[in-house]
Design a protein around this ligand. Structure first.
Ligand SMILES: *Cc1c(COP(=O)(O)O)cnc(C)c1O
Length: 227
């Protein structure tokens, strides 16, 4: 017998998938369905285990240490996990991040690109990366400013990093489609195929605009407990 929590998480995941599929169909564009990244940051461990129980295998976290504590013990049992770092990364945490994560979507500066290269070389890895773009040019926010993207892309190419796409977090209170449009345009200019865009409030819109990864937290797990 599935517990109530398991049923609830399963229902929430299904709702996200259904809404995404119908919005894509409604858009009349030929986008494929995006990968669903379940954002488990700050969520109770029982909810994460419930998501694992119903087959969810792709998870996003925004802090290296928190992710290590909860995921290192689960790696053994779930060999097909994909763990993705979506939060800002300090250079002193790069070694741990490269050891734990399968993908990193928050590459946003040249110094970090160099540090990732060095650490991936040390650890014999070349993990897929996305460049986070600060599409709203917000001062307190992570992400590469659009005007700095050219230099960062050039450095990533020089370092032979495996950059697969771009990621953004729209400015709160603004129409997210403006941010998604900009991200898409930049991806076209630089020849990137993947777009990580769309969160609980706008994942269906993002999917209809061609997102390849949606990052959904509260719509699956409920409100995060504030710390
Ligand atoms: C927290 C977070 C999300 C998920 O946000 P929800 O609104 O809970 O879906 C997505 N992306 C990033 C980068 C986040 O930090």
């Amino acid at each position: 017998m599935a517990s109530k929590l398991v049923e609830e998480i399963q229902k929430n995941i299904q709702t996200v998938r259904d809404k995404t599929a119908s919005k894509i169909a409604y858009s009349l564009l030929n986008h494929s369905e995006p990968r669903l990244i379940a954002v488990s940051k700050v969520q109770p461990i029982e909810k994460i285990d419930a998501a694992l129980e119903v087959g969810q295998r792709v998870f996003g976290e925004n802090r290296v240490q928190e992710a290590e504590e909860r995921w290192a013990p689960r790696r053994e049992a779930y060999k097909d996990l994909t763990l993705i770092l979506i939060g800002s990364l300090q250079t002193n945490k790069v070694s741990n991040a490269v050891a734990l994560f399968d993908e990193i979507q928050s590459l946003d500066r040249i110094k970090l690109a160099r540090s990732l290269k060095k650490e991936m070389t040390n650890q014999g890895k070349n993990i897929p990366l996305m460049i986070q773009v600060n599409t709203g040019c917000e001062e307190q926010k992570g992400g590469c400013l659009p005007q700095d993207l050219n230099a960062l892309v050039a450095e990533c190419e020089a370092l032979d990093l495996n950059v697969v796409g771009l990621m953004c977090i729209p400015t709160a209170g603004e129409d997210p489609s403006l941010h998604f449009h900009l991200l898409k345009k930049l991806a076209t200019i630089y020849g990137y195929e993947k777009l990580s865009m769309g969160m609980s409030g706008d994942y269906d819109l993002a999917a209809a605009m061609g997102s390849s990864d949606i990052r959904v937290g509260t719509a699956i797990f409920g409100a995060r407990i504030s710390t």
